[in-house]
Design a protein around this ligand. Structure first.
Ligand code: F1P
Length: 350
């Protein structure tokens, strides 16, 4: 392994607040002109693979909560294999989500949806010139978040920011729009502390496997964190809706288990009760929450308090950097090079 193992990925992780700020300013100055300023009609299909599927899950949740419209996160493979099941009944609009814009399954699925329905086909990407955009009537692109790394970090959080901003704009969510404008400053101020917590987590825990917890919009984030750990550190990891872990999966909880709990504001008490039960079974717990208040060592071994003061749907991108850094540091501690992850390529082309 080189002395600089992971440096490419680390720089992309650390650049997040600045890239969020740049993307947001560019979109607000000139970017929205190419994108619809009215809500597409009917149910929406958000199509993405891997990290982009988890992004679709978060966006479907946030979009549904804000608009009241039915939104579904769908892997492109399911459009190829069982597309009729998603398109029976009301005509859907669809959005392909892909950092590269060249993932074969996503490009094909969006092409099929365009052929079936001829319009209302959008793209969300970091490569505005790539193939996927050719199947879209409009493209929401954040090329400033494009990455050289295989592992997706800032591309995920910046696409999340851009698409949720579009949703907030369509529904005039002024408070959420204003809060997003603070992410660069708040995130920049937090980064050192998040890096210190990630390093502390690597020092304290030697997990045999990791489980990640999240409810609501946090579930998609939990899926993404589990994937980061797998991709970078080559460690088994599984996401769960926090309270679901009681219903069977806890049978494997024990001293080898590290639980990374992404805590919501609304579900705090319900989620804290699960953490307490899992601590009692011997699992180690790292909780990431807006406020550490009321979380004792009975609930968690380590608590990262974000303390952003921002509303929940606006601050979601800020939950990730500590865990990106954890995946990276854990990988290095296990002799892996996160810049060259095992068995992976930047894009899956078939
Ligand atoms: C998505 C993706 C990544 C994954 C892998 C291959 O690509 O599945 O999530 O890490 O390395 O590509 P994209 O469609 O968003 O470009």
């Amino acid at each position: 392994m080189s002395n600089h193992a992971g440096s490419l990925t680390r720089n992309e992780i650390l650049s997040q607040p600045e890239v969020w700020g740049r993307a947001l300013r560019r979109l607000d100055e000139s970017g929205w002109a190419q994108f619809p300023d009215t809500c597409p009609r009917g149910p929406g299909l958000l199509i993405g693979a891997g990290t982009s599927l988890y992004l679709a899950r978060i966006l479907a949740h946030v979009g549904r909560a804000v608009s009241g419209e039915a939104l579904f996160a769908v892997p492109p493979s399911d459009i190829l294999v069982a597309g009729e099941d998603y398109t029976a009944g009301k005509k859907p609009w669809s959005m392909g989500i892909s950092r590269s814009g060249t993932t074969t399954e996503t490009v094909r699925a969006l092409g099929l949806l365009r052929d079936w329905f001829s319009e209302d086909t959008y793209a969300l990407t970091c490569h505005s010139e790539a193939e996927m955009a050719k199947h879209a009537t409009a493209t929401l692109a954040v090329d400033e978040a494009a990455e050289a790394s295989v592992v997706m970090t800032r591309s995920f959080t910046t696409m999340l920011l851009a698409m949720s901003r579009w949703i907030f704009r369509l529904h005039s969510k002024k408070e959420l729009l204003a809060a997003q404008e603070k992410l660069e400053e708040v995130g920049g101020g937090l980064m050192d502390r998040l890096a210190a917590d990630a390093a502390e987590a690597v020092k304290r825990f030697t997990p045999g496997h990791i489980v990640t917890f999240g409810q609501g919009a946090y579930y998609g984030l939990a899926c993404e964190v589990a994937l980061k750990v797998k991709e970078m550190a080559i460690l088994p990891s599984e996401p769960f809706h926090t309270l679901e872990y009681r219903h069977g999966p806890k049978s494997i909880a024990g001293e080898e288990t590290l639980i990374i709990a992404l805590m919501s504001d609304r579900g705090r008490e319900l989620e804290a009760a699960v953490l307490k039960e899992m601590r009692a079974l011997g699992a180690r717990v790292w909780a990431i929450a807006e406020s550490a208040q009321g979380l004792t060592e009975d609930h968690a071994d380590l608590v990262t308090e974000l303390g952003t003061g921002l509303p929940e749907f606006a601050r979601l991108p800020l939950v990730l950097p500590a865990l990106h850094l954890y995946g990276l540091e854990l990988a290095l501690s296990r002799g892996q090079d996160p810049d060259n992850p095992k068995n992976l390529t930047q894009v899956v082309t078939l």
